[in-house]
Ligand binder design. Structure first.
Ligand SMILES: NC(=O)c1ccc[n+]([C@@H]2O[C@H](COP(=O)([O-])OP(=O)(O)OC[C@H]3O[C@@H](n4cnc5c(N)ncnc54)[C@H](O)[C@@H]3O)[C@@H](O)[C@H]2O)c1
Length: 314
């Protein structure tokens, strides 16, 4: 897809972070925008800002975990604009902790947003885009799904997130392959960012009540994961606006893998070498052994403050 002027983009997770920055950039490029998010106030604020800048905007609350809400979003977009050219399946939430500690509600929430949200987006939008392509040989479309570097490597203490993002990489590679069987008019990309300052480390703000257990105590590993992720996300030098520009460039260039930090790919290379050489997974902290040593020490030692043994999970 080369030309963005007048084209329609649907963006999930549009009220914050990458989604919001992509919407701002899309408006500058003359796109008509369909913004979806669960945060009504932040969504309205983003929509108002874009409208004030002259963009045509449809803002709709949508919980991407729910298939019927994503289908309703697709219908609303078609009704308002008559076509959909670019879909950014981007809404997502972060969570950490040792993989056996996550409760069923944790899994349902994280997989619900990060994986099912993208599944619903692919199901709801791709057939509409294919129909447009079959009707009009000049039609060009593109889907971008947000995964993560966590979809390409498996850092410890964030298994639930890793699982969701690996599945998004797999889904998007499959989408690319399947689209190429039936059309040359629609492309796909997978966005794999590393740590970038956004609202991701405050994801609990959007956790639905039915998947929140007020009595659920944060485990030691989850607390450590939260502190480490706050630090990593907060100190990221690449901005969400820079990532949004990379997404635009990737769509224009029909580039499949989109990275915010290409230098972080050394971890992917090691993983591939492990696979090819029948080696056990490499130490993810070999570049910074002191971080790994500190994490192991923190998880193995007794609670110095209380004298209680470390919490082994719930
Ligand atoms: N920021 C990073 O360091 C980083 C790194 C790798 C991947 N990612 C991924 O980037 C994507 C965007 O996240 P971000 O970093 O911009 O964070 P963010 O929190 O700033 O934005 C995410 C948006 O998704 C929305 N959202 C949450 N649950 C939703 C639901 N059920 N339905 C609809 N919208 C929902 C939130 O309200 C929020 O506006 C996510 O998929 C995230 O996993 C982020």
């Amino acid at each position: 897809m080369k030309d963005f002027q007048g084209k329609v983009a649907v963006i999930t997770g549009a009220a914050s972070g990458f989604g919001r920055e992509f919407a701002l950039l899309g408006a500058k490029l003359g796109m008509r925008l369909v913004l979806a998010d669960v945060q009504r106030e932040a969504l309205d604020a983003t929509a108002a800002e874009l409208q004030a800048a002259g963009a045509e905007v449809l803002a709709q609350t949508c919980d991407v975990r729910k298939g019927e809400q994503v289908e309703a979003l697709a219908q609303a977009a078609m009704q308002r604009f008559g076509a959909i050219h670019l879909v950014f399946n981007n809404a997502g939430v972060g969570a950490g902790g040792l993989v056996w500690e996550s409760t069923q509600a944790d899994w349902e929430w994280v997989l619900g947003v990060n994986l099912w949200g993208v599944i619903h987006g692919v199901r709801a939008f791709t057939p509409l885009m294919l129909e447009a392509a079959w009707k009009d040989p000049s039609y060009q479309g593109h889907l971008v799904n947000t995964a993560s570097m966590a979809g390409l490597v498996n850092m410890p203490n964030m298994g639930i997130y890793n699982v969701s993002k690996h599945a998004v990489v797999s889904l998007t590679e499959s989408l690319h392959q399947d689209l190429s069987l039936v059309t040359d008019q629609i492309g796909a990309s997978v966005l794999c960012p590393f740590f970038v300052p956004t609202g991701i480390n405050r994801s609990e703000r959007n956790r639905p009540g039915e998947l929140t257990d007020a009595d659920q105590k944060e485990t030691r590993a989850q607390m450590i994961g939260r502190i480490m992720s706050d630090k990593a996300v907060g100190s990221g030098k690449v901005t969400a606006a820079m990532v949004a520009q990379k997404v635009v460039d990737a769509v224009k260039g029909n580039q499949f893998y989109v990275y915010s930090h290409p230098h972080a790919l050394s971890g992917v290379e090691s993983r591939m070498q492990d696979l090819l050489n029948h080696r056990n997974p490499s130490d993810p902290f070999r570049a910074r052994p002191e971080v790994g040593a500190e994490l192991r020490r923190a998880l193995r030692e007794d609670d110095a403050a209380t004298g209680a043994p470390k919490e082994a999970g719930r």
